[in-house]
Design a protein around this ligand. Structure first.
Ligand SMILES: *Cc1c(COP(=O)(O)O)cnc(C)c1O
Length: 383
């Protein structure tokens, strides 16, 4: 077992926090291969934004580099710089917008830039010229998400502007789907068609087409024609499906298990309320254990009175309100001991609690469950 602690102040030989996220690098590797098999011959840009969906940005980037991913996608400049500082050398695209005086930092760290308007493209070209460098750029086309990117109906202006830039290399051109997780794919097909129309610009002028990419987890699962030259899997890589209804055309497994330990045992007498607000009590004595995890770790408070955990491969309910650092679990007449493992999500013997289930209890999506796991939860890598 290889312990890795974010912002480590204690060594791995010392006892780390009982609450930890265990990440199985073998499963991640297998998920990567399954996606690759599905999209072949398209290239793969694993998406590692938001601390690699909670799995630990640097370690996952190292793995992706070992697995010969073609490129890494992150959301913000700082994520890209961190990866460069940690020795990641494969191409990195920062998917989000650029603002302020960020452009020199992109160039300095050899990060590919998303150009989402003519103005920004010209700015990139000018600064690259001043720095005597070539900026690597991916053009962002908005085909129907209305977030960033030049609208598909005015994209020609952006593409034409690139022909006058001497200091940029147009590596790629991309767009992003709004509804590819849903079973109704009509809007996704419309977006795809708009994107393909924009790309005619290159054919019409017999120009070399940059790397075309639009597909993410949802469309990798249900729209192979959108693979184009490269795909951008995020949540699927981590073994979680983007929605409940989507067909599982790629077999992936959850790469992480969120675990803690029993740290306290007691009997709660009948009619003694549990937790802040005294929202739960029993009409009979129950055995209960305390587990050191709470909303301060990203175990959503909104899961109070719904959440369950696994102890010894059996499901037990969390009782009372989830507090910042602790939860209380009702084990009724069963026994549990200090140091027993508690699974918050993941498999324990024949039982399994999924990230999707936590999302349902919290009234959110699996993405938010994963990205919300706080950095004070140590990431432990199994390889
Ligand atoms: C987050 C993101 C992805 C990955 O989405 P998933 O649904 O997790 O696969 C792909 N492309 C862009 C631009 C993104 O922001």
């Amino acid at each position: 077992m290889n312990n890795s602690i974010n912002h480590a102040t204690i060594s791995s030989e010392e006892i780390i926090r009982p609450t930890r996220l265990e990440i199985d690098l073998k499963i991640l590797t297998e998920n990567f291969r399954m996606i690759k098999e599905r999209v072949d011959p398209a290239q793969i840009m694993p998406i590692l934004k938001a601390n690699a969906y909670g799995h630990g940005l640097v370690r996952i980037a190292q793995l992706m580099q070992e697995l010969k991913a073609d490129c890494i996608g992150v959301a913000v400049l700082e994520e890209g710089i961190l990866l460069r500082e940690q020795g990641i050398t494969i191409p990195i695209l920062v998917l989000g917008g650029i603002w302020g005086n960020q452009i020199p930092h992109f160039l300095k760290h050899d990060l590919s830039i998303t150009a989402s308007s003519v103005g920004k493209l010209i700015q990139i070209d000018e600064i690259a010229g001043q720095m005597k460098r070539k900026a690597k750029v991916h053009l962002k086309i908005d085909t129907g998400l209305e977030r960033i990117g030049v609208h598909f109906y005015s994209a020609e202006k952006l593409l034409e502007a690139t022909l006058k830039c001497n200091n940029v290399i147009i590596e790629g051109i991309f767009s992003h789907f709004a509804n590819s997780d849903s079973l109704d794919m009509s809007y996704t097909h419309l977006q795809f068609e708009r994107f393909m129309n924009v790309l005619r610009f290159y054919e019409k002028r017999s120009l070399k087409i940059p790397i075309r990419h639009i597909s993410k987890s949802g469309s990798i699962l249900q729209m192979p024609e959108a693979n184009l030259d490269m795909v951008r899997p995020g949540i699927l890589l981590y073994g979680v499906y983007p929605s409940l209804e989507i067909p599982h055309t790629v077999r992936v497994k959850p790469a992480s298990t969120w675990k803690s330990l029993v740290v306290y045992f007691k009997v709660i007498k009948a009619n003694f309320p549990v937790g802040y607000g005294s929202t739960w009590q029993s009409d009979h004595d129950v055995r209960a254990v305390t587990v050191p995890v709470g909303y301060g770790d990203g175990y959503f408070r909104s899961m109070s009175h719904k959440a369950e955990v696994l102890i010894g491969g059996k499901r037990y309910p969390v009782i009372g309100r989830i507090s910042m650092d602790q939860i209380v679990v009702n084990i009724e007449n069963d026994s549990a001991f200090n140091g027993d493992e508690v699974v918050l999500f993941g498999r324990d013997r024949s039982e399994n609690i999924t990230v999707e289930e936590l999302a349902e209890w919290a009234g959110t999506i699996p993405y938010e469950i994963l990205t919300n796991i706080n950095t004070r939860v140590p990431r432990v890598y199994l390889d």
